[in-house]
Structures are given as structure tokens and as C-alpha cells.
Ligand binder design. Sequence first.
Ligand code: KIV
Length: 282
Amino acid sequence: MKRNTIATLTAMKERGEKISQLTAYDYTTARLVDAAGINTVLVGDSLGMTMQGYEDTLPVTMEEMIVYGRSVGRACKDAFVILDMPFMSYQTSVEQAVENAGRLVKECRANAVKLEGGKAVCPQIAAITACGIPVCAHVGMTPQSVNSFGGFKVQGRGEDAARRVLEDALAVEQAGAFMVVLECVPPKLAALITRKTRMITIGIGAGAGCDGQVLVYQDLLGMSGEFVPKFVKRFAEIGAEMQSAFCTYDTEVKAGSFPAVEQTYAKSDCSDEFLARLDADY
Ligand code: KIV
């Protein structure tokens, strides 16, 4: 498969071909996602919840993003790799945003960075893109603002809110973003934004009218527990499979049936005579 770049992804939008995006946070998973032909891999700060067990994304640090991001960067051969800028790594100043975006590219080999927000973060988007770093914006439900929203809620409901989401999307395009994630936005509004912009729109909970879709891989694989957001489709039940395999392993270890002969290096053993002498010597 051909390596995905801004040029190939933009050409896909122009041809009306849908673009796939999936999160990954580690080498093993990213390798599988890349081999599956997914166009773009997002090392999302959702890793705070999926990999670290926090209740939201706010505690994630730059150092943690770099550890996860590096592993994914090493795994992806064809997929376009986007790294999230974690909470408070870009909000304080334009200089802070540029410095941290640069670290994600230099230390993880990210192809682009993603940051949340509309008009408020346009100076940061303009400065980062001016350094030659592509920016994916993120509007609608932006999880880093969970405390302002009072929960993970659909945004852009009602006329004023819809206008705000559209204006945010147009503003980030003007600032230089090449892609925008539309999260938890009503589908007709998301489709309107997709028509109005040259940016690639990636939806999550934003209907089928976006240029592409993203999901958190643990949600898609049925690994993320009981609560399933409305926008998630579980394409497999790997969580149940894993748990069942762990149970079988536990049972076999406790029964002494694992490891069996096939899993031992019996041919490398010393002779019984030698082992008897060894036994006697100690
Ligand atoms: O952090 C993340 O994984 C994201 C996606 C859900 C869009 O921002």
C-alpha cells in the first residue's frame, strides 16, 4: 500500500473517497492497524482513559504522549500518524504550543499534531503550521473541556450552538488546519461543515456525512467495558475473548497442564545420570 500523506488524504476527499482513522497507543496494536490499511492513526490523549484508567483525558502529560507516540511512530509504515497535544501543552502561549508540537514531531516522528478548540486556539494553529507541522483541529465536543461542558455531551444542538461549531470550524481552517475532528456533532451540521470546508472532516459521533471516521480501538474491539457510547459500533468482542483466554490459562497453570511437553525444551536436558549426580552434590 502507498504511504498516506496530506496530499493522498486530500485527494481522497476530493474524489469523495472515505478516510479511515483509528486510535493506537502501542507498537503491537499500531502495527496491526497499519497493516489493515487504515489511512491515519491517532495517538489520542484518550490514552489517559483507555491505557491509564483515568476518568478523563486531563491528567495526560507531554512526557506520556511521547512514550506512547514513539511506539506508534515506529510501527506505522503507511498510515499517517497524528499525535494529540495533551491538556495544557498548548493553551498557555503560542511559544509553548510550537515547542511542544515540535517535540512530538522530532521525538515521535508524528506526521501531524492535533489540538482541541476553535477560534481560541487559532493563533497556536497558525504558528504551528508556519513551522511546517500539519495541524488537525478538533471542534464540537472537545474532551479536554469536559469540566466546562459539565460532562461528555453532544455539542452544536440548537441554532446558536450550531453556528458556533460552524464558525469554529471555519476559523481553524483559516488558521491553517488541514483536518478537523468533529466530535459529537449532529449529523446534518457535520455534513454542512464537510461541504463548506476544504479541510478533511473526521467524524466521531457526527454521522456518515464526514470525509472520514475515527473510533477508539478498544471501543471498536469490544474491550472497553459495559458503557458503550451511542456512536460506537463494536466490530468484535475481543475483550470477552481475552478474558476467556486468561481464564483458561489460569485454570491450566493451576491444574499443572500448562506447560505441556510441546512447550518445554526437553531435548536440551542433561542425562538422568548427570542430574542424579547434581542432585546428590547439593
Ligand atoms: O483522544 C482521542 O482519541 C480523540 C478521538 C476520540 C477523536 O480525540
